[in-house]
Write a protein of this length. Structure first.
Length: 232
């Protein structure tokens, strides 16, 4: 039986905040770890840290999120507790803060790899710029050069990615939310298609479209904060 519009609205109102919270944690994990890997790879180009970060990025990008979810469950929920190291992770819902950690890592693994790759390539281009050589020639420390000149000017391509990534993971994931028993909006993307529920299909697509447009607007506004040369 197809849902009525009022029922669809109540479902979206109940599930979207949960998916949005999970997407926020996943995006935060992807941005922080991905940028760290990208910076380390760019600063140590063709070195051990560069190869290590690139290998991790390829690994995270190659594994589907549901495979990553099962790997995390086997490692942190099954194997480690049997070895006497129980970190409090479980897959029985979202009743405590530990319940958000594993699904956030599983959902943010692929975006992490993308952010790391773009951060690395963008920073390598900026490092070769004339003003970076001038900053070094003036005696500025290497950390100061990287943080104040290289990283800030390399953020534009990375910030461009973050908006669509947050829109994608913030509106739910069918596999991750099913694997970790999270009552989010992700499963309705698939079940509405298989059941040919037109009201739910329109609702979830509309939510994603509006959220994507809002994130693109936020990204455009952030451009002006990062680069003062950009004017609204």
């Amino acid at each position: 039986m197809a849902y009525r519009p009022q029922t669809v609205g109540s479902i979206i109102a109940r599930t979207f905040p949960i998916s949005l919270r999970l997407g926020f944690y996943a995006t935060l994990f992807a941005v922080v770890v991905g940028m760290i890997l990208g910076v380390l790879a760019a600063v140590n180009q063709n070195g051990f840290l560069d190869y290590l970060s690139v290998t991790l990025a390829i690994l995270f990008y190659s594994l589907p999120n549901f495979v990553m979810g099962f790997v995390l469950i086997l490692l942190f929920v099954v194997w480690l507790p049997r070895q006497g190291l129980d970190l409090g992770f479980n897959i029985g819902g979202i009743e405590q803060w530990q319940d958000w950690v594993l699904p956030s890592v599983a959902l943010g693994a692929a975006p992490l790899a993308t952010i790391a790759r773009y951060t690395r390539s963008s920073m390598i281009d900026v490092i070769r710029s004339d003003y970076v050589r001038t900053a070094r020639a003036k005696g500025l420390s290497e950390n100061g050069v990287i943080l104040r000149h290289v990283l800030k000017n390399a953020l534009i391509p990375v910030v461009t990615l973050i908006g669509p990534i947050f829109a994608a993971v913030g509106t739910g994931s069918f596999f991750v939310e099913n694997v970790f028993n999270i009552p989010g909006m992700g499963p309705f993307f698939v079940t509405s298609m298989t059941s040919k529920d037109q009201f739910m299909i329109l609702a979830v697509v509309l939510v994603y479209g509006v959220f994507l447009a809002a994130m693109n607007l936020v990204v455009d506004l952030v451009y002006g904060v990062i680069d003062p040369r950009i004017r609204y």
